[in-house]
Design a protein around this ligand. Structure first.
Ligand code: XMP
Length: 527
């Protein structure tokens, strides 16, 4: 497996903290919490070796939690030499148990798991980890195994009613462990615990900011593309490709060409807005290709979602390749392709230990055997960081905060056959819903909101007449990432406004229903 995020290719000029991922859904969250302290952090596989870690010179390592018992068959183990390498380590939950077991402590599996909030009492003055915190604080526990006796050289530095050994340290070796999860919101002062570890134990200074990221990324792109190299980027108008475009433009100016393909499956006004922003406002080299006819004719009569995805993806690649060839005929050889890959894509597509893997995300992108060399300037950033970079680079609010939009676009939101009239109905319904949600000030609180055109027609009345028209579905979800989502509790009066406007303003729609399913069990999209 390719090393996840390992930076052995180039030493970063800033501080690095490594989270070893023992399979917790929390590993990414830990990394984000560390970055919020302005310390750059990467998630690495749990079995990274001492040599790999040393080569990256981290200031500290954090062992994440994980679902396994340290006694389970095949329980993930780290390179034990890390524990005596002189690098400060914080073990969280499973990480603390593993550290204890590896160094000769006593770890037991009690009859019951402990799950939920607990009241944690740090031993006063016992360690810098809890400096500045109260005598008692709420923490989040989720564990089966417990440390009964810490290894020789360790002291107990905190407890809860159920867990007498809830935090341990060996100050001489800079090894720390906490049974609770400092990274989750249910540990309200968890950020301070992490901060103490980073700044008071590991000696970090916190100099990593989005400005420093932009400066560093810009010079890396310049170095990679060289003095005369040219790059291409497939611009979708979404946050990631837009931010990548602006960052690369900053580095290599008009040696970047963006290709924006209108597949006929975009939302109302979207092509115009993207052209306005990138060509007029940002003065980018933008090639606009209206391939609507080509996409829609390929989609004619196709109803199966996976077929739609495949057709849309393949057609996109063909169109893009043709445009690239035309450009090369004009400007000479193009070596580089810029992609808006972000850090969760990197982690989720590669770690051996992650429980869930995204499958269809960003399909419809480039095939893996493209002839270009890849430039992925956002590869190390989380979504919220990408947004911050976008804001700092002066991208407009509508782009930086735009809801995620799938590559196959409205093609998978028109259920059943995709035709121009059906797309038109959906576009208008979607635009009304989004306009009202924005007007209510709720757009940013929602992860994704959109309309779906069902293939269910239903009866209605209008005046004295019976009508027969489309049923439109409104979907709005809140989420932290797209792996899980909850249906958004939109206010009734907002739903009412959306409904009455859609009924009044769009001919042929007779019913609006609101989707109240979360993910799981449902997905966010309908197809
Ligand atoms: P689901 O529907 O699986 O979606 O809960 C999770 C996230 O992925 C987006 N999505 C896609 N994105 N190509 C994409 O680029 C696709 O085929 C695709 N299908 C779903 C969806 O909008 C949500 O953000």
């Amino acid at each position: 497996m390719a090393a996840i995020g390992k930076q052995s290719d180039s030493k970063k000029p800033h501080e690095l903290v490594i989270v070893l991922d023992f399979g917790a859904q929390y590993a990414q969250l830990i990394a984000r919490r560390v970055r919020e302290q302005n310390v750059y952090c990467e998630v690495w596989p749990y079995d990274s070796t001492l040599e790999e870690v040393r080569a990256a010179s981290p200031k500290a390592i954090i062992y994440s939690g994980g679902p396994a018992s340290v006694y389970a068959d095949g329980a993930p183990r780290s390179d034990e030499r890390l524990l005596t390498a002189g690098i400060p380590i914080l073990g969280i939950c499973y990480g603390m148990q593993l550290m204890s077991l590896s160094l000769g402590g006593d770890v037991r599996r009690p009859d019951r798991r402990e799950y939920g909030k607990a009241s944690f009492k740090p031993t006063p003055g016992a360690s810098p980890l809890f400096a500045g915190l109260d005598e008692e604080m709420q923490v989040w526990m989720s564990h089966g195994d417990s440390v009964l006796e810490p290894p020789a050289g360790f002291t107990v530095i905190g407890r809860t009613a159920n867990t007498p050994v809830a935090a341990i340290c060996d100050a001489a070796r800079s090894l720390y462990g906490v049974q609770f999860h400092p990274e989750v919101v249910h540990t309200p002062r968890g950020a301070e615990v992490l901060r103490n570890f980073l700044f008071k134990v590991a000696g970090c200074t916190g100099e990593w900011t989005m400005e420093s990221y932009i400066t560093e990324a810009t010079s890396e792109i310049r170095a990679k593309v060289g003095e005369n190299g040219r790059a291409l980027l497939a611009l979708s108008g979404g946050v990631d490709s837009s931010v990548a475009a602006v960052l690369v433009q900053r580095a290599i100016g008009d040696r970047l060409t963006c290709v924006f393909v209108n597949n006929g499956l975009l939302r109302l006004g979207e092509p115009e807005q993207v052209i306005e922003t990138f060509r007029r406002n940002l003065k980018m080299n933008l090639v606009y290709v209206d391939a609507t006819d080509r996409f829609l004719s390929k989609l004619r009569g196709v109803t199966q979602p996976e077929r739609k995805r495949k057709i849309i993806g393949e057609t996109f690649v063909r169109v893009f390749e043709e445009e690239a060839a035309k450009l090369e005929a004009q400007t000479g050889h193009i070596d580089f392709l810029v992609q808006g890959t972000i850090y969760p894509d990197v982690i989720e597509s590669g770690t051996r230990t992650a429980a869930t893997i995204k499958t269809h995300h960003n399909v419809g992108g480039m095939p893996s055997d493209v002839k270009f060399k890849l430039v992925e300037p956002l590869r190390n950033l989380f979504k919220d960081e990408v947004r911050q970079v976008g804001e700092q680079l002066g991208l407009p609010e509508e782009i930086v905060w735009r809801h995620p939009f799938p590559g196959p676009g409205l093609g998978i939101r028109v259920l059943g056959p995709v035709t121009r009239p059906r797309l038109e109905v959906l576009r208008q319904a979607d635009a009304i819903a989004i306009e009202e949600i924005r007007r209510a000030g709720l757009y940013r609180d929602i992860w994704q909101a959109f309309a779906v055109l069902s293939n269910q027609r239903s009866v209605g009345v209008m005046g004295d007449e019976r009508t027969y028209g489309y049923t439109v579905v409104l979907r709005a979800v809140t989420a932290r990432d797209a792996m899980t989502a909850d249906w958004a509790r939109l206010p009734y009066d907002l739903l009412e406004r959306i409904s009455s406007r859609i009924m009044n303003e769009i001919k042929g729609v007779t019913r609006l229903v609101y989707d109240v399913t979360s993910k799981p069990p449902a997905t966010i999209e309908w197809e």
